[in-house]
Design a protein around this ligand. Structure first.
Ligand code: PGA
Length: 249
């Protein structure tokens, strides 16, 4: 019933020419892909990549957005500007936004509500730090980030939200959570959604795993009951590694 959803987060990589080359390769090679796909390039690349994805099965995503609709916010990019470029989905609360750029749950929640109000879909990222995991707090951290990130989000709007569990210690480190550990967190997050929104919302919501997903570990992760896709960083930068993940068997 839940489909799989595989997203590529290109982070702060690629020039326009490099992005266009990758986008064209993905459109071509994922044409017969059976799942839902997204790529999220930098803001400067959206106008290049967007038209190349038109008519394909890959959604154009953004990696962040401002918490305000418009105004005096030097260096920020607004939801209206993203919509103008054909962005359908925005990734919010990525661990690099939380931990490097100090975004807290309240700010992330404000962005989530604004994106949904403006008609965008959201991928809301959650995940614990290594010290939080070692202290036995992984589930509690993910619960708090989920509850606070979704505060004020209606059941109807929740249908446009995907969650991405990304343990911070697994991002870009080559360390992946074991499928069992990841599935346990996914199950506990699904239980939080059940408590907040009921059983059918819990069954419907897609929870991606992110953190060193590679062609050789994608299938084992995806085989787990509560893992419904992937948010891929490093391996999303090349068609040779993203396509096998996107078409995991
Ligand atoms: P990674 O990044 O696949 O390079 O670990 C994942 C992410 O940050 O979304």
């Amino acid at each position: 019933m839940r489909g799989y959803y595989i997203a590529g987060n290109w982070k702060m990589h690629k020039t326009r020419a490099e992005a266009a080359e990758l986008a064209k390769a993905l459109v071509e090679q994922l044409r017969d892909g059976k799942h839902k796909y997204l790529v999220a390039p930098s803001f400067t690349l959206l106008e290049t990549v967007g038209p190349l994805l038109k008519g394909s099965n890959i959604v154009l995503g953004a990696q962040n957005m401002a918490a305000e609709e418009q105004g005096a916010h030097t260096g920020e990019t607004s939801v209206l500007q993203l919509k103008d470029l054909g962005v359908g989905t925005v990734i919010l609360g990525h661990s690099e936004r939380r931990h490097v750029y100090k975004e807290d749950d309240a700010l992330i929640n404000k962005k989530v509500r604004l994106a949904l109000k403006q008609g965008l879909d959201v991928i809301l990222c959650i995940g614990e730090l290594l010290e939080e995991r070692e202290a036995g707090n992984a589930e509690a951290v993910c619960e708090t980030q989920t509850v606070k990130g979704l505060e004020g989000v209606s059941a109807e709007d929740l249908s446009r939200v995907t969650l991405a569990y990304e343990p911070v210690w697994a991002i870009g480190t080559g360390k992946t959570a074991t499928p069992e550990d990841a599935d346990a967190i996914h199950g506990s997050v699904r239980a939080v959604i059940r408590r907040l929104y009921g059983e059918s919302a819990a069954q419907r919501i897609i929870i991606q795993y992110g953190g060193s997903v590679k062609p050789d570990n994608a299938a084992q992760l995806m085989a787990k009951e509560n893992i419904d896709g992937a948010l891929v960083g490093g391996a999303a930068l090349k068609a040779d590694s993203f396509v096998p993940i996107a078409k995991f068997a």
